[in-house]
Structure formats: structure tokens, C-alpha cells
Design a binder for this molecule. Structure first.
Ligand SMILES: [Zn+2]
Length: 277
């Protein structure tokens, strides 16, 4: 048993199965029971609201109940109060199998892994705000605000598939077939960026800067924020006809997060070095 991935709200645990991983919620640091209850509510939300938008792009996941025994050491590092005798986790396919051990590229929003013989590639990306409700680019402006300058932008890539060159420019060795197939995928109207763009565009909601309480967080706003924080896995294999695409990190956002959303939006509103493209 080992932790193979760690986010603010989740840990990914490898229990030795070759094909799947277990995703355990640690969002609430004061109660395992609360994390378990949230996982049940979260999966219901994903299988209704998120599934309706993403369809087959949504990665398969199922709830599994495991006894706490044996997990205390790992979970205790994240959750102070282990006040339940079980853990409720998501069982999901392992989208980055061990064979993909070479890292061809890595930054905060993108990772590219390959097998040693270059017969398989996985591109892991966080597209964030593909659709911009304002006239400036939210992704690029937010990066600048944080002091990061990226050569590429997923909102831009959605508008212009040729922007892929910028994304792959700093990557290590990649098979030509992968680059060709990815370019052709991104030019199609049903690619994952286009689907996210359309879904984000349709979810109209009040400005994040104007939220005053959890009562102002509408279901549209909540789903929009979920879709602005997903991770996509695009897998290429030299012997497969097409790319395999899965979207994960599609969690229900606690309404209390509005404080952070509002603060970020207010900082962006007054930021003078916004990016337009
Ligand atoms: Zn941009």
C-alpha cells in the first residue's frame, strides 16, 4: 500500500492492483466520517450532473467501502480524527500505468509520460478556464498574477490547434505518430477541450466577485467551477486506432469555497497586466 498521488482534497492509493487505484477524500481534516459522507454525495453528483455534460469522456469510478484497519498510518497523516471504522473510496482505473516511466514534460498544468520504447504516451492536462466569460484570458492572466509565464494556454489551444507546437516545444522525445494523432484529435469538434469549452460557456452565472454568502452559490456556478478544475488524460498507443480520453478530478465543490473564488476574482479584476488573445 502506497500513496501515488496527492491533491489538496484527495490522496490516490495503490493497493497493488495493476489496473486500478483507490482515491480517498481527505478534504475535511477533522473527521474521517465527514470525508466518507462527502464521497457518497460526491459520486452521486458526478454520476448525474457531471456525467450529463461529459458523457463517455468521464472516467469510470465506483464507490468501494474498505475497513479502516491497515489504512490508519496513511490516513492519519491527512485526517486528524479517524472517527469511523471504514473508509469510502473511489475505485478508478490507473490512467498512468507503471510502464509509462519516462517523464517527457512536466509543469503545473501538464505532464507527458512515455514508455521507454515510445510505444505509449500519456498526456495529463489541466485545461482550467477553456471558455472566458470576460474579454481577457483567465488562464494566462491568472498565471501572470501568480508570477508564472507559460508558453502555451489551453484556452488558446482550443481556439487554434496549431498552438500545439508551443505546448510540445519543451517536451523530450515523443513519437511522431502521437503528435500527428493528437493534432488531428484537437482539430475535431468533439475533442475534450471543445466539450469543456461548450459546457463552461453554457453555464451562465453571476460574477464570482459578487458572491456574499453560500446562498449565492448556484448549481450552475458550482458545476462551472468543477469543470474549470478537471484533469484530462489523453492516452496514445502505437497499436491503437484512436486516442483514449478520460476526465477525472470532477468533484463537487463545497459552497464555502466561494470565499476563495471571490478573492481570486477580485484580485484579477484589479490586476493591470491582464492577457488578451
Ligand atoms: Zn490564455
Amino acid at each position: 500500500m502506497r500513496v501515488v498521488g496527492e491533491g489538496n482534497a484527495n490522496v490516490l492509493i495503490d493497493l497493488g492492483d495493476t489496473d486500478c487505484l483507490y482515491r480517498c477524500c481527505v478534504r475535511f481534516r477533522d473527521s474521517l466520517k465527514r470525508n466518507n459522507e462527502y464521497s457518497i454525495e460526491n459520486l452521486q453528483y458526478i454520476q448525474t450532473c457531471v456525467k450529463m455534460v461529459l458523457g463517455d469522456l468521464l472516467c469510470s469510478m465506483e464507490l468501494v467501502e474498505l475497513p479502516l484497519e491497515g489504512f490508519e498510518g496513511i490516513l492519519g497523516q491527512y485526517v486528524g480524527n479517524l472517527d469511523d471504522s471504514k473508509i469510502i473510496v473511489f475505485r478508478m482505473p490507473n490512467l498512468k500505468p507503471r510502464i509509462l516511466e519516462k517523464v517527457a514534460y512536466q509543469d503545473q498544468f501538464t505532464q507527458i509520460y512515455t514508455s521507454h520504447d515510445l510505444s505509449r504516451v500519456v498526456l495529463e492536462l489541466k485545461p482550467k478556464w477553456v471558455y472566458n466569460p470576460s474579454d481577457y484570458c483567465r488562464n494566462c492572466s491568472h498565471s501572470r498574477l501568480k508570477g508564472r509565464e507559460l508558453r502555451y494556454c489551453y484556452s488558446k489551444l482550443n481556439q487554434d490547434p496549431l498552438h500545439l507546437t508551443e505546448l510540445l516545444a519543451s517536451a523530450g522525445e515523443l513519437p511522431a505518430g502521437f503528435q500527428r494523432d493528437l493534432a488531428s484529435y484537437l482539430a475535431s469538434s468533439t475533442n475534450v477541450l471543445a466539450v469543456l469549452y461548450e459546457a463552461q460557456r453554457e453555464l451562465k452565472h453571476e460574477a464570482l466577485s459578487g458572491i456574499e454568502s453560500v446562498a449565492d452559490v448556484t448549481s450552475s456556478m458550482s458545476l462551472a467551477m468543477t469543470l474549470r478544475d478537471v484533469t484530462c488524460f489523453i492516452e496514445w498507443s502505437s497499436d491503437a486506432d484512436q486516442l483514449r480520453v478520460n476526465v477525472v478530478d470532477v468533484d463537487l465543490k463545497p459552497k464555502e469555497k466561494f470565499v476563495h473564488w471571490r478573492e481570486t476574482q477580485l484580485r484579477l479584476d484589479s490586476f493591470e497586466d491582464k492577457c488578451y488573445h
